[in-house]
Design a binder for this molecule. Sequence first.
Ligand code: NAP
Length: 310
Amino acid sequence: MLTILFAARPERWPMYETPLKRALEASGVGPFRLVTKAPPEEVDYIVYAPNSDVQDFSDFPRLKAVLSLWAGVETIVGNPTLKVPLTRMVDAGLREGMREWVTGHVLRHHLGMDAHIKGAPGIWAPTVPPLARDRTVAILGMGALGSACAEALLALGFNVTGWSRSPKSVPGVTCFHGATGLDTCLSTAEIVVLLLPNTPATENTLNARTLALLPRGAFIINPGRGPLIDDSALLSALDTGQVAHATLDVFRIEPLPEAHPFWTHPGVTVTPHIASETRPGTASEVVAENIRRNEAGEPLLHLVDRSAGY
Ligand code: NAP
């Protein structure tokens, strides 16, 4: 009998209990009990949200893997008490949510919607946007989510460039990698979408130097993680007009403190970390499949590379 511990905020349990049970039964994983509490020495797997109360894994002697419900694992990846494999969430729900959120915000800036939505009686000032084919969108981070967004933007006709750590070949996307690749990628990026993980290597990817490489009046869209951007450098770039607008979903401190200048800056849109939420239905299937695989001696999907940090 496998003991599977669901370790997330208590309000998540009612959303996950049924789909997770159903997915585990359908996967044919064998007899299991799915619980929110168990003596640590009985636990085989932890279905895990990094903001759960479980932070010390040294008490779980028979633990086989920790299966994160989140895509971003920066707060658990360096946990020295975690000695078993860690997987992160890659699923259709996260992908679709991110694709929709990113596409919506790219189109808002591409079409210049704000100017027309905020129009007033007597003001008739048509500004015709370019076609998508004449607009370059750069996606920093061409992983599970970045590549899904690239595909959707390509389908709309945008000229899409992408940047990743390792070299990539994605049909229709001009791909760059490494430090010099970033500079080249940014030099044509009229809209930049950040979908990098938060690691020591990605901190302040957008800083005073790299923001200055963008074409003047570029737009920044960050659904990745707050530390990817140097906040003060971004505010300066907004003040000089180097950056026209930043739509930010994620921040160094969340919730974003009330006194933070992003709240009131006219060039910033703040959204409360809602770009893409893990959906219990699709996420449960991935968790169940990974437990089935591990029990069958097959490799786990979406294994985190602990040394790379994502
Ligand atoms: P992923 O599949 O691991 O993709 C990460 C991408 O970033 C990969 O292309 C990777 O390059 C690239 N990368 C990593 N380190 C780099 C570096 N030092 N230089 C250049 N490129 C680098 O991750 P994902 O599933 O797409 O998720 C991306 C991030 O989105 C998550 O880590 C999380 O922070 C964020 N997220 C936010 C929300 C939200 O609601 N706001 C929801 C879900 C996820 P390689 O391809 O070469 O490995």
